[in-house]
Design a protein. Sequence first.
Length: 207
Amino acid sequence: MKIANAELIISAAKEHQFPGGVFPELALSGRSNVGKSSFINTVLSRKGLARTSQRPGKTQTLNFYFINDRFHFVDVPGYGYAKVSKKEREAWGRVMEAYFQKREQLKGVVQLIDARHKPTEDDVMMYDWLKFHQLPVLIIATKADKVPKGKWSKHIQQIKDVLQAEEEDPVMLFSSETAYGKDRAWKEMTKLLYSKETREIKQDSGE
C-alpha cells in the first residue's frame, strides 16, 4: 500500500479522548520491546513516526495514527511491563478494556510476538482475551531476521501451537530490519480493515 500521509493525531489516556468518526481501525498489541514502534515505522515507511524506546512500558496511552485519511492504527500500551506499578497497570487496563469492548470502529487486532521465542504466558492470555471478545487477530512474528531461515517454519508452528491459534487468524513472519513480510502484512491488514463482515460489538449486558 502506498502511504501518502500518516500522522499521530492523539495520545489518549482516557476513553473520552478517543477520536470520533467512522474510520476503520486496527489495534496493535504486544509485549513491551517486541518491536511495535519499529513495525509501525516500517509498514508506514516513516522513520521516526512511532518513537522507539529501550525502556519497557513507556507507551502509557493509546496512540491513534491517521493514515491516508482513511483509517487508524492504534498503538496500545505494551503488556508484560514488570517495572510499572500495579496502580498504573490497572488504570491502563480499564482504558484498554473499554477500547477493545466498545470501540465500534475496531476491525481487528495485530498481535506482535517475538519470533525468536515461544509465546509468553502474557502473549497467550492476550490472545485468549481477544478471542473471547470475538476479535479477528493477525499474528505478526517480529524479528524474523534474528531467526535462521531454515528454522522459520518451526518457529511459526511453535507460535500456532502455544497460542492454539484459530485457523482464520494468520501467523506470519516480519522483520523491521529488512522489511521482510511488509507486503503480506499490508495484504492481511487490508482484509481486516475492509472486511464486509460486521463484528458484533460486545456490550456489557450484566448477565
